[in-house]
Write a protein that binds this ligand. Structure first.
Ligand code: UD1
Ligand code: UDP
Length: 360
């Protein structure tokens, strides 16, 4: 039997950020299928989130796994097309900027009778060396429904010539996900005790290709973070993404003692760490948003961001990985009054997405 909607997803942030939309479908009795590309497959990046967020097991798992961009994306396109041929949804929903998003969009957009809805449309870092920037531009220009999280992202889409009537400003579904989980996280998670965190600490995530695939840059990043944290007597908790873990071990990098490497955390543990940290160091897109929503100051270890709203409200500073800039950024952010507005909406993004698609 064919579903009304089909969610094509493949990585940790897509699972988290689509969870509110999937829940909204369940509430409204909209039939859907979940097509998992298998881009992420390690338990701690994948099944742990389905369990914790109480999501149905994917109807299809394409088990594409890790490979080069071309091979991974190509294999996904062919396999998603085959699934959609039999599933025949009215709309395919993709979220974000990964290779799974690009593949889902390309496969679906060429099929007669299937529309594509891109959740988190209109983000731009203007750094065309990042694979994510290419993926999101391609997805936005091939999709039929553009769900922009903010007015800034809508304006960027309009500047690129995309028709205003295709665009809806919905807010970001991460606000829905944070609101739905943060209290539960504080009730259920024991991560602070497990990690013996009775002193003030900083949280670090770094996994982007431009930071971890270059040995010198990765070393500089770790040294800058450790020096900046030491100045404020903070230990650093680093839940290491397998991509970064692989590079640290391949390059034989000695991680400074002040940085404690831990396994990637489930969503509830991670929300507690974000909420309780004095400051967050990150190159993640989702973590820049969550720190802003939770009012924990953030320094972003990149040279650009596609989330300028976080900087505009005073929650985030883009510092790159150079020592002086990271140290200066932390000095500035750690004393910042944490009273900024959340620019990403009211936590009803998922409902607006289904309203726009007229699945009442
Ligand atoms: C991908 C996205 C990135 C996103 C991130 C979310 C692209 C181009 N990149 O990066 O935008 O921020 O997901 O976390 O789509 N690996 C595992 N287990 C897994 C998956 C990956 O060990 O389940 C390791 C493999 O060694 C693999 C490497 O991580 O080669 C990179 O995986 P890949 O999917 O290419 O990119 P991510 O770094 O996960
Ligand atoms: N996250 C998590 N555990 C971790 C690190 C991150 O649950 O150990 C969550 C985080 O809360 C956010 C999402 O993963 O919602 C961000 O994903 P990631 O940083 O992998 O990708 P990006 O947002 O950069 O694409």
């Amino acid at each position: 039997m064919s579903s009304t909607l089909s969610f094509v997803l493949g990585t940790r942030p897509e699972i988290i950020k689509l969870s509110p939309v999937i829940r909204a479908c369940q509430r409204r009795d909209v039939s859907f299928s979940i097509v998992h590309t298998g881009q992420h497959y390690s338990e701690e990046l994948d099944s742990v989130f389905f369990e914790q967020l109480d999501l149905p097991t994917p109807d299809y798992n394409l088990a594409v796994g890790s490979s080069s961009h071309g091979e991974q994306t190509g294999e996904m396109i062919a396999e998603i097309e085959a699934v959609l041929e039999s599933d025949r949804p009215e709309v395919v929903i993709v979220q974000g900027d990964t290779n799974s998003v690009l593949a889902g969009t390309i496969a679906a957009t060429k099929m007669a009778g299937i529309d594509v809805g891109h959740v988190e449309a209109g983000l731009r870092s203007f750094d065309r060396d990042m694979p994510e920037e290419i993926n999101r531009r391609m997805a936005d220009h091939a999709a039929d429904y553009l769900f922009a999280p903010t007015k800034t992202s809508r304006d960027l889409l309009c500047q690129e010539g995309l028709p205003d009537e295709w665009i809806t400003v919905t807010g970001n579904t991460i606000v829905d996900a944070v609101q739905q989980n943060v209290e539960i996280a504080h009730e259920r998670s024991h991560i602070l005790a497990e990690l013996d965190l009775d002193e003030q600490f900083a949280l670090l995530t770094a996994h982007r290709a431009e930071n971890v695939d270059d040995r010198e840059r990765l070393e500089r990043l770790l040294d800058s973070v450790s020096t900046a944290a030491a100045e404020h007597d903070l230990s650093v908790i680093y839940p290491v993404h397998p991509h970064a873990e692989k590079r640290i071990s391949e390059f034989g990098i000695e991680v400074p003692d002040i940085i404690q490497l831990v396994e990637p955390q489930d969503f509830l543990n991670f929300l507690v760490l974000e909420d309780e940290a004095e400051i967050i160091f990150t190159d993640s897109g989702g973590v820049q948003e969550e720190s802003c929503i939770l009012r924990t100051p953030c320094v972003t270890l990149r040279d650009s961001t596609e989330r300028p709203e976080t900087v505009d409200v005073g929650a985030n500073k883009i510092v790159g990985v150079n020592l002086e800039a990271v140290v200066e950024g932390v000095r500035e952010m750690i004393v910042r009054e944490q009273n900024w507005e959340n620019p990403f909406g009211d936590g009803r993004a998922a409902d607006r997405i289904l309203d726009t698609l007229e699945y009442e």
